[in-house]
Design a protein around this ligand. Sequence first.
Ligand SMILES: [Zn+2]
Length: 222
Amino acid sequence: MEQHVLVVFPHPDDETFGCGGTIAQFVKSGVPVTYICATLGQMGRNMGKPFFATRESLPNIREAELDEACQAIGIKRVIKLGLRDKTIEFEDPELLIDRIEQILQEIRPSLVLTHYPGFAVHPDHNALGEVTIRAIARLPVQERPVVYAHAFARDCQEVLGPPDIVNDISSVSELKLAAVRAHRSQSQMFLSKIASEKRKKQSSKNQFSHMLQRESFWTYRF
Ligand SMILES: [Zn+2]
């Protein structure tokens, strides 16, 4: 059993879409989970349909959505770093590494969930995954937590091979769905698209139901 799971992602919703089920399972089995959420996703382009957000209100809306989603999957502690969305790659990496190292020293996680640097598509994902790995690499080998890295670049299977952790989350799919719904500004459009595609194409519907059944990770090799 894990002692403490630390989750490190840049955007409100990364925790839900990538590993909401896995987190919910850890919480259910009594493992404390702490989430470092680096930004409030304030540069996101989805403002709701019909619009319910503006550029000014978006960070507050996404923060409230984040809190609701964390409640749904059971995360009790969220450390919000307050960085600006879409700018993590321009931050001083040493400062970020120091910050993450401090948190690692404080909570001593046995497992860290983060993005696989270089294989996580968005520059924020890759940059934060990178500094997280570098912060962990500063720890002596025997003190390092295991890292489950989330990857979804087109070539990730080709380069990394198949994911070694394929987690069946069907027992908590309802909790993950509740968290997806909580991220309303991000999920509303595709949820209604899926609903309207019921009788026609099945592709995005299948993809979504797959997301509620399984979550996959690559164990990071230092
Ligand atoms: Zn993201």
